[in-house]
Every structure is written in structure tokens, then in C-alpha cells.
Design a binder for this molecule. Structure first.
Ligand code: UDP
Ligand code: GLC
Length: 384
């Protein structure tokens, strides 16, 4: 059988965790196609992997429209959404399998495949509960999935459980943990700090986009209770959360943390930055669907302190491969930071275990093999 013609669909042109996963998934699919609702750094990144990328004529700026936008703002959007579905129907007809990499990409692709009659895979990178999605949105997503998806790929059991709890058919779901391959850093933390212009002394790092649910504000509150500990905060407000980014800067000034907290903006050298700090903090206040930063920290050989919600407990094996703290609890986080800083040598066994676990459970090769199999199986199945 000839290799299936695959169309990867993304709603965003920005690159956060879900798009980084996709950039690995497409590697064996050079020569295939991607359709993006909007332009952005993802387009050249996918082209760099050999994909033919088309950007919608109608989708620019749609990701900035917030869920609570007024009806007056939403009505003109409907026409643009219909136009994107039209573009997707045309593109789908030229392919054998459609692979939607987000919930927005999935919903429009699902409507398109109802017309184009093509198998559709949904890579669902979210925990679909009321925390981030309205009741109507959840109902639409799950109904379309039950109707049109050949497989719903999720990165963790937490995502699978939420989908099924919302009425998703269990047999559709396959858990495919995200895979990461990162070369080991050969330089010492001291050398890296010099090269990267990072401060000396106890230093923690946070490596997530700036968004309230990612919890950077809790780290700032905790630092106020962890004297002498500095922090680097990498990441930007990728999806329109500029007000939160401004609030964080204001908190730094209100809490007098100006000489200890360094905002680095969006970086492309996260593994090196991680190797330079004494601990990585993953402070999400809502359940994390996966959390690539957890595995990146495990591979960097750095202690990780993460909030115990969503997939973190699975990835860190209930605390064996890192420290778990309750979400949104600055006191507990401060205590964990102080403990890690006070007894770094005691963590050697945990770091060794975390590294082995990351390599055995979260490799790119495993992820690619499973997903290629799912795509091949979808290609030979006629949609019901
Ligand atoms: N990241 C990055 N530059 C930054 C901050 C984060 O490249 O300045 C990367 C980080 O290394 C990770 C990804 O963005 O690979 C975030 O993925 P994760 O699954 O942790 O969370 P998401 O933002 O997708 O919810
Ligand atoms: C989403 C989730 C994150 C996950 C990533 C890749 O962005 O928020 O937890 O790691 O997708 O699956």
C-alpha cells in the first residue's frame, strides 16, 4: 500500500507544547501537507520539516478571540469559520487522512470531513472539563468526536478520563505519551550560567508560557517566602494573556523581588537553561494535560517541583521522580523550594531514577511508532 496522504491541521501559528509535539510527529511525513488557520512561526517550522504548508485566508487573529467575547464580536466570525471549513473540505479531498492537532482544529475538520468523507484523527492535548471549556463547547467536541473521529489520541490518562467522562466513546481513545529526545548537556551549571548571563547563587526556573493557569504568580508568592532564592521565568504570553504578564511584573515590584526574578521572554534554548538552574518548577494551578517541561527537567538532570494535578503525578510516578506539591499553595511550594535548595545531594538517586524513567517512557521513537500506526490504520478504514 502506498503511504497515505496526510493533512495535519492546526488552529494556531504559534508554537507551544502541542505544536512542538506535532513538529516531531511530522518528521516521517516529509512531503505531506499542513493547513494552519493563521500564520506564525509554526508555518516555517513545519516547512523546515519538509511539509507543504497552506495558511487559511480567513483565520488570522481568530486565536485571539476569547471565549467570553460578546456576541457582537462573535457573529462576524461565523462567516470566517464557514470559509475555513470550505478551505478544509477542498484540502481534505486531496488527502487520505486528516490529523487535527487541537480542539479548534478538530471541530472545523470534523465538519469538513462530514462532507469530504475522510478519516479524521484528533490529537487532543487538553483535559476537556469545565475548567477551560464551556458546556456547549464540550458537548460539540465530544459529539463530533463520537461521530467523526477514527481515533482520539491523548498524551495522558488524565486527558482520556476527562474525554470519557464527558461522554466520549472509550474505544476511540489511545493514550500516546509525548516523546522528547534531548541531547545531554555537557557543560557544568557554572559554565552555562556564565554563557547564558544568569545570576549566581540558588536559582530556580519556570519554563511555561505566561498564562494564569500555568501558575507563575504562585512561584512569585513562594519566592517571597524563600529568601535568597532567585528565579528565571522563561516564556511569553503566547495566546493573548498579556494582562497576566503585566500582572506578574507588577507582583515582582510589589513583592520587592526585582533583584531576584528575571523574565527571559520566549526562549529556544530551554534544555540549556534548565541544566543551569538548581530546580525546575512546574506550577500549574489547573490540571496539566501532560507538561513537556516535566520530562525536559527529568532529562536535564535537574530536580523538579510540580503541582500534583493532571498528568504530573503519572509522569513523576507519584513523587518518586520529583517533588509534588498541592496546586495554588505558595506555602507548600516555598517549603519544597527551601528543601531542595538545602539538601541537593540527597536528590541524586531521585535524579538518576527520573532520567531513566524519562528515557524509557517518554522517547520520541515510541511516540512516532504508535502515531504512524494509527495514521496507517485510519487510512485503510472508510469513515462510518
Ligand atoms: N518553551 C520554550 N520556550 C520558552 C518556554 C517554554 O520553548 O520560553 C517550551 C518548553 O520547553 C516546552 C513547551 O514550551 O517544551 C511547553 O510545553 P508544555 O507541554 O510544558 O506546556 P504547554 O505550554 O504546551 O501547555
Ligand atoms: C498542551 C498541554 C500540555 C501538553 C502539550 C503537548 O499544550 O497544555 O500539558 O504537554 O499540549 O501535549
Amino acid at each position: 500500500m502506498a503511504a497515505p496522504r496526510v493533512l495535519f491541521v492546526c488552529h494556531t501559528g504559534s508554537i507551544s507544547g502541542a505544536e512542538l509535539v506535532l513538529l516531531d510527529i511530522v518528521v516521517p511525513f516529509a512531503g505531506q501537507s499542513a493547513f494552519l488557520f493563521e500564520d506564525g512561526p509554526l508555518a516555517p517550522a513545519l516547512r523546515g520539516k519538509g511539509l507543504n504548508v497552506t495558511v487559511s485566508r480567513w483565520g488570522q487573529g481568530l486565536t485571539q478571540v476569547r471565549r467570553d467575547s460578546s456576541i457582537l464580536k462573535v457573529i462576524p466570525l461565523v462567516g470566517r469559520l464557514v470559509a475555513i471549513v470550505g478551505e478544509l473540505i477542498g484540502a481534505a479531498r486531496r488527502h487520505d487522512v486528516i490529523y487535527a492537532n487541537s480542539q479548534k482544529a478538530f471541530v472545523l475538520s470534523a465538519i469538513a470531513v462530514l462532507v469530504a468523507r475522510r478519516p479524521l484523527i484528533w490529537h487532543l492535548h487538553d483535559i476537556i472539563t469545565g475548567v477551560h471549556f464551556g458546556a456547549m463547547q464540550r458537548r460539540v467536541q465530544v459529539t463530533l468526536a463520537n461521530l467523526c473521529a477514527s481515533t482520539v489520541v491523548v498524551p495522558s490518562q488524565a486527558c482520556a478520563d476527562a474525554f470519557i467522562a464527558e461522554g466520549g466513546k472509550p474505544h476511540l481513545v489511545t493514550v500516546v505519551p509525548n516523546g522528547l529526545d534531548i541531547a545531554s548537556e555537557t557543560k557544568s551549571p557554572a559554565e552555562l550560567r556564565r554563557e547564558l548571563d544568569l545570576p549566581n547563587g540558588p536559582l530556580v526556573g519556570v519554563f511555561s508560557r505566561l498564562a494564569e493557569w500555568k501558575g507563575q504568580h504562585v512561584v512569585l508568592q513562594a519566592l517571597a517566602e524563600a529568601p535568597g532564592v532567585g528565579a528565571i521565568i522563561a516564556g511569553d504570553a503566547l495566546f493573548g494573556e498579556q494582562a497576566y504578564a503585566d500582572r506578574l511584573k507588577q507582583m515582582v515590584s510589589d513583592l520587592n523581588l526585582g533583584d531576584r526574578v528575571h523574565f527571559l521572554g520566549q526562549r529556544s534554548d530551554v534544555p540549556r537553561l534548565m541544566s543551569a538552574v538548581d530546580a525546575v518548577i512546574h506550577p500549574s494551578i489547573d490540571p496539566e494535560p501532560f507538561g513537556r517541561t516535566l520530562v525536559e527537567a527529568m532529562l536535564a538532570g535537574v530536580p523538579v517541583i510540580a503541582t500534583d494535578a493532571g498528568a504530573a503525578s503519572d509522569i513523576l510516578e507519584a513523587g518518586r521522580a520529583g517533588t509534588l506539591v498541592p496546586p495554588n499553595d505558595a506555602n507548600a511550594l516555598a517549603a519544597a523550594i527551601r528543601a531542595v535548595m538545602a539538601h541537593p545531594l540527597e536528590l541524586a538517586a531521585q535524579l538518576h531514577y527520573a532520567d531513566a524513567r524519562a528515557r524509557s517512557h517518554y522517547g520520541v521513537a515510541q511516540m512516532l511508532q504508535t502515531i504512524s500506526g494509527i495514521i496507517d490504520r485510519a487510512a485503510v478504514r472508510v469513515p462510518e
